[in-house]
Design a binder for this molecule. Structure first.
Ligand code: ADP
Ligand code: MG
Length: 237
């Protein structure tokens, strides 16, 4: 069993001028996510979900503990190494989609590969492939405002897949979608994990997600509440 994510006793304390102790957003998180799993990270607002995701993406620095992602010890990497590593290996998806409004679906995906430094032919082929994977080939020239919320989130997913990421980290990806679109997207995520050989950690506070994932982890006051507890999902392959 290969572990894609492995944290041990991870703490993140936000310093505060008014409080010498700071705010402990993560208080000793130890968690393992094996390769090929679709895992939900649930918990109330303020429980530390975004902080944990940012630490796993190398967007934030833990105060102490260890964090290994895709075989890399993030605590040992400098900012530039983390940025390059993230560009190569991680796909990020956010609640608010994060698409550039003046660019078409195709251009939003292609831009990411341009930043990564790929040649035109590689970028072009991969951007079209990713639009196909998310079922939006016909929408390639449309701008975000011409698409539904569910379609915009699919473009954001296509962009997250474009670098052939092995790990997708998604922060409340269905937070702005209605329940029908949420269900469609969760079904799609599950298929993606199974067909594209991905691992996915998805932050959500929606109980609906429990039916679609391999495992549910719950954060409470900066600590994992119920780990390890695997779930098998009735009705899904
Ligand atoms: P969640 O995503 O589960 O809602 P967060 O990780 O955003 O939780 O926040 C966890 C805790 O850390 C909260 O108490 C929040 O107020 C605090 N927090 C988050 N970001 C900062 C920051 N930049 N500075 C100080 N406190 C923060
Ligand atoms: Mg959050």
């Amino acid at each position: 069993m290969t572990l894609v994510i492995e944290t041990k006793d991870l703490w993140r304390v936000y310093p505060l001028k008014t409080n010498v102790d700071g705010v402990p957003a993560l208080r000793g998180v130890s968690l393992n996510v094996p390769s090929g799993r679709f895992v939900a990270l649930r918990g109330r607002s303020g429980s530390g979900k975004t902080t944990l995701l940012n630490c796993l993406a190398g967007l934030d620095r833990p105060t102490s503990g260890s964090v290994q992602v895709l075989g890399h010890d993030l605590m040992q990497m400098n900012d530039q190494e983390l940025t390059e590593w993230r560009r190569e290996k991680i796909g990020l998806v956010f609640q608010s989609f994060g698409l550039l409004p003046t660019l078409s679906a195709y251009e939003n995906i292609e831009l990411l590969l341009r930043i990564k430094g790929d040649d035109y032919d590689v970028r072009h082929k991969r951007a079209l492939e990713c639009l196909e994977i998310v079922g939006l080939s016909r929408w390639r020239d449309h701008r975000p405002y011409e698409m539904s919320g569910g379609q915009q989130q699919r473009v954001a997913i296509a962009r997250a897949l474009a670098n052939r990421a092995e790990l997708i980290l998604a922060d409340e990806p269905t937070g702005e979608l209605d329940s029908k679109t949420t269900r469609e997207l969760l079904t799609f995520f599950r298929e993606l994990v199974e067909t594209q050989h991905l691992t996915m950690l998805m932050v959500s506070h929606d109980p609906l997600v429990d039916q679609y994932v391999h495992e549910v982890l719950t954060l409470k006051d900066g600590a994992i509440e119920n780990h390890p507890r695997s779930r098998t999902t009735p009705g899904l392959k």
